[in-house]
Design a protein around this ligand. Sequence first.
Ligand code: FE2
Ligand code: FE2
Length: 477
Amino acid sequence: MNVDSNVNYDDVIPNNVNLSDNRKLQRAIREWHPKFMKWWWDRGPEGFQNSDVFLRTAISVDSSGWATYAYVRMPEYKWGIFLAPQRREPTIHFGDKLGEDTWESVPGEHRNDLRRLIVTQADTEPGSVEQQQKLGYSSPSLYDMRNLFQVNVEEARHLWAMVYLLQQFFGRDGREEAEELLVRHSGSADAPRILTTFNEPILDWLDFFCFAMFTDRDGKYQLGALAESAFNPLSRTTQFMLTEEAFHLFVGETGVGRTIRRTAQLMKEVPSEDVTTVEGIPLNLIQKYVNYWYSVSLDLFGSEDSSNAASFFASSLKGRFGEGNRKKYPDASCKEAWYMIKALDENGNDCNIEVPMRRAMNAVLRDSYIDDCNRAVRRWNKVLEDEDISFRMQLPSDRFNRKIGIHATHHADPDGSYLTKEEWERRKYEWVPSEKEKAYVRSVMVPVKEAGRFANWITPPNRGISGKPIDFEYVRL
Ligand SMILES: [Fe+2]
Ligand SMILES: [Fe+2]
């Protein structure tokens, strides 16, 4: 599917941005589209590009029927460009510009910051597709394989959404950035993805589920913060991305939950409770995956005390999650407020530091994220309770395994107790998966390609997709 000059753009690229009347944007897309397709073939899901997959495709922003479900071959997926309907008065609702009109184009003084925010978000979308490229081969069921591919095509659509902003509002620099997004690659030595978490390989399905649970959830909070932006097209683009993102989080949370349930069932079947004798994944190993992906996802929020965060808030570029909720956030300016952050003093003792609220916006956003993660962990523990198993999953301390922010300078165990560097090196595999453990997890991930059947390490879901039964042929191989 290539876009040539005779084509009706609205047929090829579903959109609500008047693409067929916008010659300039058409020209930019005509240049970029073949490069995107080459990227998709080279870096997108490997081995299944010619299979029919039962996929959801966004076709409008009408909340009652925004998507259709049908068999589609992934390279023929219609990656669309959508802005959510305007949801509030077009006035700025936080920061120094409170009450002024929102922006339909990019103000010169915020051009660099906005471009940087958009490029950083955009870079994660193809990054995750690249990380997950080979997972289709070890899929535990056709249902899960379909969900993986759904996430992949939607992340690629999110790339389109961000590229639209760059091409439409940032002129030549924007077009160059759009090209660069296809040049950088996850894990590449010379041109890696911008954020380190998106350069970590995802080699097994527990990695994938944890990624969708914790790293996509960071995405939800970043998109939510951008959805508050005074730059209206950014706000409306990210709002629509959030409707798709909800499914990604569902895949992650229920994927881990189904793995936990299966392990709990197997523990009752094998007398020693050692589920590795029946190709299950031990609960403490699932906990190690959780520790790892949660801690690297916390790093994505950036430093707790950040002058960039302060200026993004002051300039009304990026708000808090649910900024418009004045019951939750009565203070729309945050000029005088302070935020308490738990840190370490120079002797290595706990202390509280007060940071001006605007400088603490990364921490504020991250704290909303942590609450959200805890809600999901409680649902996992409900599974263990149902299955009569006493083990409980938990999130590690925010000091654990950190590379960015105030906790990056020291080591801690999952309870938050400090460790020397030597202790950390000696003991870290008590808390994060070792190579040997990861190899074990990969070894149980045998592909299952028969509709309605599931690998032994995971339970079937409660229900299928879009009213279809669990044994529906979600991917026609
Ligand atoms: Fe995304
Ligand atoms: Fe996502």
